[in-house]
Structures are given as C-alpha cells and as structure tokens.
Write a protein that binds this ligand. Structure first.
Ligand code: NOJ
Length: 557
C-alpha cells in the first residue's frame, strides 16, 4: 500500500509529547501548572516539531496517584483551570496542526468518586456492581503492581464486610467492566472528550482494564475481553474517523499482538514498545547492540493502521520487569547503582541523562536511536533539554519535577515561593541554571537544537514510521545497523553503543549501480560499489542517518 492511500493515518509518523499540565508552566503563580500556562507554550512545542500532545490526567482528583485517581471523569481539576482553558489549548494546538490526546484512566476510579462512595454504602446500592466485590478473600490473589506499598489486590471494606478489587493502590478501586452500565459510562466519557476535540486517548493499564473480574468463570456474559476492546475502537472510529487508542500494555511479545486485535488490527491503534525499551537499556549497559536488535526483530509484523510507539523514558519508573533477573542486575549496576535509585525491585527512578552520567555522546546516540527506530517516537517533557530527576520527590515521581524554562528561580516554571510549588524543582547539577530551554533554544550545539533536528529529519523521513525494517549484518557487536524501507525510499541508520570508533563494511541489499548513501544529520556521503557495499566510519557512541539515493532519485536529503 502506498502512503498516499492511507494519508489519514497521521499517527504513523507523529511526534508524541507527554506532559503533565500541573508541572509544565504555572501562569497564575499559585505554584501549580495550568492550562493557561500550557497555552503559552504551544508555540514552543510546535517549534520543537511536536505533532501530538499527550496530556496526563487533568481531571478532578484527590491526587494520591498524581491524578491517576479520578473523582470526575468529565471535569477539569480546578487547580489547572476549567473547560474553557482546556478548549483554548485545543484550539491553539489545532491551529498549529497539532493533535491532542489524553489519558483515559478507566480501569479504576478514586475511592472518593461518587460511584464508589455509593457502591460501598450498601450491598443493595444501584452502584454496587460498578466495582468488583467478593464476600470472601480470594485465595489465589494476583500479585500487586506496587510491591512494598500494597500487600494484595483485594481490600476489606468494613461497612459491608466485603472485599473490593484494586489492581493498583487500595484507594483506586477497579471498575467492573463486566457491568454493561459501566461500559456505557466509559463510552460516554470517551464521547464527551472526543466532542471537545481530542484525537484519542492514551489508555491506562489496558490488560487490567479489560480483564473484568480476575476470578470470573469463563463463558459468563462479559465474554472475550478483546471483544470489548474491539467495540471501543469501533466506537472511537465511528465518532472520529481517525482517532487513536495508544495503549499501555507491558506484556511479552506473544501477547502484544492480541491487543492490536490479531491480524484484524481492530483493537489498539498503537502500543508502547516496552520490550524494546527494556532491551535498549540492556544494550547500553553491555555496549552491545544485540539485545535491542533482537527485540526489534521479535516484534510481530503489524498491519498498516497499527503502530509501535517508541520511548526511552516515561512518567513512571523505568521498568525492567521483562528482563531476566541477571539482565536486570546488569542494568541496575550500570545505571542505578544505589538502592534508592530503584523502586519496586524492578525499576529505576532516574532520567536518561543522569543514568548516563551526563555523557553528551551517549545521550545523543540514545535520542538518535529513538527517532530512527521503526515506529512513532514519544518524548516525556524535559527530555529535549536533558532534564534530570529530583530524588527529593519520592519514588516514581522523581521524574515529574517542574519543567525548566529559564535559569531563573523555579526554572521559570512559576513565580510562587518554592515551598508552594506542586513539586520541587531539580536542585543539583541538572538544576535550571544549568539545564533550561531559554539558553538552549538559540544555541546551535545544544541538546534542544539537536532534538529539533532529529524531529525535523524524522518528519522528512516517512520510511521510519511507515516502512519495513531490517537489521543489516555486520561484524561489530557494538553497532546496530538497520534499514527502513517504504515506497518513498530507504534510510540506513547506524548506532554505536560502544566508546571506540569503528569502521565497518556494510552491504545494502538491492541497490542499483551508482547508489549513494547521503548523510542526513551532517554533510557526507558514501558511494556504494556495484555490489552494494560501502565503508562507514562511526565515532565512539556515534550515529549516522543515511538516505539511500539511487541514480535518478528525486528524494531530498
Ligand atoms: C499506569 C500509570 O502510568 C501510572 O502512573 C499509574 O499509577 C497507574 N497506571 C494507575 O493508574
């Protein structure tokens, strides 16, 4: 299929940027970021090249899980503004050609949600079945997601003497998706935000969300959870035409395909590639490209509408749960040597630059890879300037410190007193006086300028998002050489995970005599021999993107 036949599949080469309104920019100086602040920075995001904003939860919340505990699915947290402010952001984004998606967190609610208050009030409440209740504590409990913070997934509710299910914190009771009334509510919630102008959702905790009651008897009326996911996607399609579901599914490869809807590709539009992300860190730690190459090669092949979302870091702990114990230890030793840099026995609470001791060569190589791996890249706010984390903020939330705009106090995030800020600003070698947007913005050699170049080049290289992918054979362990090919053309990317320069001979398959490989991130080119071979130099932790230019090609480079 030609790209032009499916030009409305905008997510195939989008640049997704995740932010929390609360920590982005505080325009009224009360210490909490707000929609008015975000509106001030839409042009910054457009200039960076972002094409799709992902808003973390902005709904009313007691804020015991940073907004992932919602009390009103239709509301806007009053600390951040109101619907009018949000709509203004949507309008401005649309004007710049930028889409907006938001977290859809419907696996659970806050225990302060009116539905749960009603549900727990009595066993005969009309809302009782909005949640999953058990008279007796189930004997074979699934493991909690938050070991050390929760001991199980069932909590006794004193009033009615029954247990409710909570896959996450005990203050986040799971909704009962087996109940048609709950499914109807979820559809209404989606419909509401889509009418306001969202282009889809990042769907929280998909496997838990659709599973229903983990102890339910097979063959009950709920049926196959995937049918439910299909119905949500169909609903989204009917309402929007081209809306997306970007799903959080941290599962092994075999299971991921089922969440795309198998060969039908009628469930999630995109899934984060947790497997490649984890193997990427193993490759970094080992200075060996093989783990990442294998992870990419093991991806199930996707039909045209489906897509992988690549990321190096997100708002949670950097989970390493899909590595073996020995592999996880390797990554811990390399990038989180102290116990307090880790959480839940499986993850790291640091951002990428601190893990890499600030080495600019490695940091740039990592981002060059992010934007050249087949799929759609997702950035977490602050990555573009190399922000560090603030370990004064506990656990996973260490990476959710305020965005650093200027070298001024509070990093230009807010003029409120530091003690009033929603989260403390980084205060070490990565503090705003060292790492900020204002100073990097006009500095051609800055990380921000580099990321902007990567984004521009990615957007000019549609084969990365659309194309087929192949790892090229070559003898150097430290090097990942891959080619992405689409009907528009081909691009070769080289990444060196090791500190030593390398010189490698590569053969690019199926090239006509006289084919050149032209550098896209710098000036330079290599003319291939008639049998498609060429010699390529790469610096320590070096990277190159090269457009395959066959004789007569009109492709820009
Ligand atoms: C996944 C989110 O990414 C995480 O931050 C949150 O705590 C859980 N889901 C529960 O909503």
């Amino acid at each position: 299929m030609k790209k032009t036949d499916t030009a409305d599949l905008w997510w195939k080469n989008a640049v997704v940027y995740c932010l929390d309104v609360e920590t982005f920019l505080d325009w009224n100086n009360d210490g909490v970021g707000d929609f008015a602040g975000l509106a001030q920075r839409i042009d910054y995001l457009a200039e960076l090249g972002v094409t799709c904003l992902w808003l973390m939860p902005f709904y009313p919340t007691p804020d015991r899980d940073d907004g992932y505990d919602i009390t009103d699915f239709y509301g806007v947290d009053s600390r951040l503004g109101h619907h009018g402010d949000l709509v203004e952001v949507l309008r401005m984004a649309k004007d710049r050609g930028m889409r907006v998606i938001a977290d859809l967190v419907v696996n659970h609610t806050s225990d302060q949600h009116p539905w749960f208050k009603a549900s727990r009030s009595s066993v005969t409440s009309p809302y009782r079945d909005f949640y999953v209740w058990r008279k007796d504590l189930p004997t074979n409990q699934p493991e909690t997601v938050f070991p050390g913070q929760e001991s199980g997934v069932w909590e006794l509710d004193e009033k009615t003497g029954e247990y409710y299910l909570h896959r996450f914190y005990r203050h986040q009771p799971d909704l009962n998706v087996e109940n048609p009334a709950v499914r109807e509510e979820i559809a209404k919630i989606m419909g509401f935000w889509l009418e306001l102008g969202l282009s889809g959702f990042r769907v929280d905790a998909v496997p838990f969300f659709i599973e229903g009651d983990p102890g339910a008897v097979a063959g009950d009326e709920y049926g196959d959870p995937h049918d439910y996911l299909k119905s949500l996607r169909a609903f989204l399609g009917r309402r929007t035409g081209d809306g997306i579901l970007l799903g959080e599914v941290n599962l092994p490869r075999e299971e991921q395909l089922t969440y795309f809807g198998g060969e039908a590709f009628d469930e999630l539009t995109m899934q984060f590639d947790f497997v490649a992300m984890q193997k990427f860190y193993l490759s970094l730690a080992r200075e060996d490209a093989a783990p990442l190459a294998e992870a990419l090669a093991s991806r199930p092949r996707l039909g045209q509408p489906a897509q992988w979302a690549n990321f190096l870091r997100n708002h949670d702990e950097l989970t390493l749960d899909q590595l073996s114990d020995a592999e996880r230890d390797e990554v811990f030793t390399a990038f989180a040597p102290d116990e307090d840099m880790r959480v839940f026995g499986r993850g790291i609470i640091r951002r990428l630059p601190t893990m890499l001791s600030g080495d600019p060569r490695r940091i740039r190589m990592a981002y060059s890879l992010l934007f050249s791996m087949p799929g759609t890249p997702v950035l977490f706010y602050g990555e573009e300037i190399g922000m560090g984390e603030n370990r004064d903020i506990s656990g996973r939330e260490a990476v959710r410190s305020p965005m650093q705009w200027t070298p001024e106090p509070n990093g230009g995030f807010s003029n409120a007193k530091p003690r009033r800020l929603t989260a403390p600003v980084v205060d070490d070698g990565y503090a705003p006086r060292f790492v900020n947007v204002a100073e990097q913005r006009h500095e051609p050699g800055s990380l921000l300028s580099f990321i902007r170049t990567l984004i521009r080049t990615y957007r000019n290289s549609s084969e990365i998002g659309w194309g087929d992918f192949e790892v090229l054979d070559q003898p150097n362990r430290a090097v990942l050489a891959h080619v992405v090919s689409a009907s528009e053309g081909r691009m070769v990317a080289l990444h060196n995970f090791g500190p030593d320069p390398v010189s490698l001979e590569l053969t690019i398959p199926d090239t006509a005599a006289g084919t050149r490989l032209v550098d896209l991130l710098t000036t330079g080119e290599v003319t291939l021999s008639d049998d498609g071979a060429g010699r390529f130099e790469l610096g320590g932790y070096g990277y190159r993107w090269l457009r395959v230019i066959e004789p007569g090609s009109r492709r820009l480079y």
